[in-house]
Design a protein around this ligand. Structure first.
Ligand SMILES: Cc1ncc(COP(=O)(O)O)c(C=O)c1O
Length: 453
């Protein structure tokens, strides 16, 4: 399939999804090797094997997923972890890992994940506060279906993770209110005004304890990359308590901090302190194994307060199905017990650090003047700000059609239709040589666009 032949109809946002749908139905299965000016990717992916479909000669810098190199390392880890798990007497005895799991997850999985988080953050995390999910997307859906209904208000950073915006609006039918951000994170003064304006009054109940939700990505934000400053986190906790808001903190990138010798930055949840006199527990830290081991495992977890744990325990979905992903949680717990998950993160971060330093240097050298971006300290994305009067959708189209590199227009990340002069570029999926080739092609597209201004 030639991406350049796909007409845009002004909606770049859904391109990847459209491709996936159309390709799974109509495109003949074929293997293609990605050829790039003397480079070859290792990918040979038929269309029905992953969400992303067939590889082409386009360098895709939209995909927010680990690349094949890291998945190969993950394969080894999962094999060892599985072998170890099934060698345990406690598993051999009754094969409990193949049974419906306890609703919140097994004690073994919850305790191992708590141990992993405690080490990673340098802060005690209790197994009792962990709820197993089948990934961050499922964790969000679980919070929406259990605590909210269609028409309820959700505040969303502007910009934000583009698929979550669509999911909240279209799948959940929630009323999405964009909240402006700066380079540092949420503009809290404006958020407070929006709360006064949009947060419904009326009673909350013990079973429906929240009037609204704040969906946010406070650490290595997707797409802007910021870490929300402690002062802002404290104010958001105070506002959540005042307005009965659920602070839904997407903590999916926290462990991808490229300074390998430090710990992960403190998560937002640390600011919702049980020792506070007005503490109730307004925060869910929504985590996933997708970015640090494998998206195919479909494993994630909430770290949250006892009251939220008790409420979700009553979910009929969990009663019917048991733990959202019991088997995968046991495999990952085993990888943690063996120390394999922890060392894998170190390996990944070391490689990301190197790759990003090199691509950043190339971007600095080749991107035209007036195009701004920051060095990444963690997470997946460069947020590229072009001059105000440039149109990111047009740049992305030019880059795809003429230079065969795919990036996401910033406007796709905005529930308010802002950031039309921005682009999001993922560093995660492609190996360094292909990533650099993609950045080079984007530089050519930017220069071409600039010459027409
Ligand atoms: C902020 C954010 N949340 C959730 C996800 C998806 O996570 P999962 O694979 O665990 O569903 C992503 C992936 O791109 C993301 O960036």
């Amino acid at each position: 399939m030639n991406l350049s032949r796909i007409s845009f109809r002004g909606n770049f946002l859904l391109l990847s999804r459209v491709l996936q749908l159309s390709s799974s139905r109509t495109v003949q299965l074929k293997y293609s090797r990605c050829q790039l000016r003397g480079f070859q990717t290792t990918a040979k992916m038929p269309v029905d094997k992953t969400l992303f479909g067939v590889e082409t000669d386009v360098v895709n810098l939209v995909k927010g997923a680990p690349g094949i190199r890291h998945l190969r390392l993950a394969t080894d880890i999962i094999q060892k972890a599985t072998q170890h798990l099934f060698s345990l007497d406690s598993v051999k005895d009754d094969s409990y890992v193949l049974q419906y799991g306890p609703r919140l997850g097994s004690t073994h999985a919850r305790d191992s994940i708590a141990k992993f988080l405690s080490e990673g953050y340098g802060d005690e995390v209790k197994g009792d506060n962990i709820v197993i999910t089948s990934g961050a997307t499922n964790g969000l859906a679980m919070a929406c279906t259990h605590f909210f209904k269609s028409g309820d208000v959700v505040f969303v950073e502007d910009p934000s993770y583009f698929i979550a915006i669509n999911m909240l609006k279209q799948d959940m039918g929630m009323k999405v209110i964009p909240v402006p951000t700066t380079e540092e994170g949420i503009d809290i003064d404006t958020y407070e005004k929006l709360l006064e304006q949009h947060c419904p009054s009326g009673k909350v109940t013990d079973t429906r304890p929240f009037r609204a939700m704040l969906y946010m990505i406070p650490t290595y934000h997707n797409p802007r990359g910021y870490i929300l400053p402690p002062e802002s986190c404290k104010r958001l906790v105070a506002l959540a308590r005042k307005y009965d808001v659920l602070n839904f903190s997407e903590d999916v990138y926290n462990f991808l901090h490229f300074d390998v010798d430090t710990r992960a930055p403190p998560r937002f949840l640390t600011y919702d302190k049980p020792s506070d006199p007005d503490y109730k527990g307004h925060t869910i830290s929504n985590c996933t194994i997708s970015k640090i081991l494998s998206p195919g495992l479909r494993l994630g977890w909430w770290e949250t307060s006892p009251r939220i744990v008790n409420l979700i325990f009553k979910s009929n979905i969990l009663w019917g199905a048991g733990c959202s992903n019991h088997y995968a949680s046991e495999i990952v717990a085993s990888a943690i017990d063996l120390g394999l998950q922890q060392s894998h993160i170190k390996t990944m971060n070391r490689e990301y650090q190197q790759k990003i330093a090199n691509v950043y240097a190339l971007m600095k050298e080749q991107f035209p003047e007036g195009v701004k971006f920051k060095h990444l300290q963690g997470g997946y994305f460069f947020w590229i700000e072009m001059p105000e009067n440039w149109n990111g959708t047009e740049v992305a189209k030019l880059a795809l059609d003429k230079y065969k590199v795919q990036v996401l227009p910033g406007i796709s990340c905005s529930a308010a239709g802002n950031y039309s002069n921005c682009l999001r570029m993922s560093i995660a999926y492609q190996d360094e040589d292909v990533l650099k080739e993609g950045a080079h092609r984007l530089a050519e597209a930017l220069k071409h666009y600039k010459s027409k201004q």
